[in-house]
Design a protein around this ligand. Structure first.
Ligand SMILES: [Zn+2]
Ligand SMILES: [Zn+2]
Length: 396
């Protein structure tokens, strides 16, 4: 089957689905309307599915397991809890929720891919397992999918997923052969001291002073304990001192932050050392500190063979229509890493989807003004369908 031609034929119908999802965003783990639409399309395509245990995740298979291996195709389907500020015909109809990470595009692309693979089912030399996943934006959805059994019955031999890249200069396919996205460790620190008058700090234990020592001290992990070619970042973007004032030392300070790295061993080191540094600095100054992990996701790392095969398949199907190039990692994070880190082989690729606004500007994902080029539905679905078909054929 010529997947590019078929994707073009499916494009108008796909745009309808994508815009319906875009106008009706849902966030987090509960995606009832989103998954209702996904299921109605799967019904229409004659593809069987079920919910993954008691979650809103939708899973199923097609093809023939006796002919070869099993490849997992995963799309995330949740929106963000922020308002959309663009002006177009199908803006979000829900207050303070919007598909600003393009997961409406991902969901639509996976539906297109499954329809094409179903039409080509007797030619598939193995089995496709699919997953429409909730709660990617919490960085905990992929983890829940693993806990609820996405890696069993059947067990996938490899995985594939994609993401929109609206800052790309054109609609294209971008594949990394190694690290793709960074790990994320999101944390909260609560420092308890003893409040006092600002003129008499010796009467209390100043948690603001301790917070400043912790912020400085924790950065020594990066500067003194990691090799400079295996770096990590550490940002404490939220600090609150409730009850504090110009002349009042409060009794509590709350800090929230995130650490990122492309290198699993560095992420692991920060994850171990951060709570130790916090505890000991607090103790050194007679304060108490608690440390809570809000979310933790590994770095997303592609394996080279399936990445080379994806590059070749995308070039094969897209020909001169869309560019396919190798790319470098980015420091955002992605909770597909919870799934990919358990798979022997995985390829996660970017689909360029720039749509400049009236002033000619494009914006990154999560920006209230970001827009996505719907041409990416064609390039993304053709590339994924071809890559999946070829991977099954070449890895029997
Ligand atoms: Zn996002
Ligand atoms: Zn995303």
């Amino acid at each position: 089957m010529d997947y590019l031609t078929r994707a073009r034929e499916l494009h108008d119908a796909a745009i309808q689905v994508r815009r319906q999802l875009h106008q009706n965003p849902e966030v987090g783990f509960d995606l009832p309307e989103t998954m209702k639409l996904v299921k109605s399309k799967l019904d229409e395509f004659g593809i069987a599915y079920e919910n993954l245990a008691d979650t809103y995740g939708v899973v199923g298979t097609l093809g023939d397991a006796s002919k070869g291996k099993t490849l997992l195709l995963r799309a995330d389907s949740d929106a963000l809890p922020i308002p959309e500020k663009s002006e177009h015909d199908f803006v979000s109809q829900v207050e303070n929720k919007a598909h600003l990470c393009g997961h409406d595009m991902h969901t639509t692309i996976l539906l297109m891919v499954l329809k094409m693979l179903k039409e080509n089912e007797d030619q598939l030399e193995g089995q496709i397992k699919f997953l429409f996943q909730p709660a990617e934006e919490t960085l905990n959805g992929g983890k829940l999918m693993v806990e609820k059994g996405i890696l069993e019955n059947p067990k996938p031999d490899a995985g594939m997923a994609l993401h929109m890249w609206p800052m790309s200069k054109e609609v294209n396919i971008l594949v990394s052969r190694h690290e793709v996205l960074a790990s994320a460790l999101n944390f909260r620190i609560i420092i308890k001291g003893v409040g006092s008058h600002g003129a008499m700090p010796y009467m209390g234990i100043d948690p603001v002073f301790v917070a400043s020592q912790i912020i400085n001290g924790a950065n020594a992990i990066l500067a003194r304990e990691l090799p400079s070619n295996k770096g990590a970042s550490l940002s404490m973007g939220m600090i609150e001192a409730p009850g504090g004032a110009v002349n009042v030392i409060p009794d509590t300070v709350i800090i929230e932050g995130t650490s990122r790295s492309l290198y699993p061993e560095s992420a692991q080191h920060v994850s171990e050392r951060l709570p130790e540094i916090i505890e000991h600095i607090a103790k050194a100054h007679r304060a108490e500190a608690s440390y809570e992990v809000l979310a933790e996701v590994p770095a997303l790392i592609n394996t080279p063979e399936i990445s080379d095969q994806t590059l070749a398949a995308a070039k094969e199907v897209l020909g001169d229509e869309y560019n396919v190039t190798e790319t470098e990692p980015d420091l955002a994070s992605e909770d597909y890493a919870h799934i990919a880190s358990h798979l022997p082989e995985s390829c996660y690729f970017m689909v360029g989807a720039p749509l400049p606004d009236a002033e000619g500007k494009t914006y990154p994902v999560h920006n209230p003004l970001v827009q996505f080029n719907e041409e990416a539905l064609v390039a993304g679905s053709a590339a994924m369908a071809q890559a999946a078909t070829n991977w099954l054929r070449d890895n029997k």
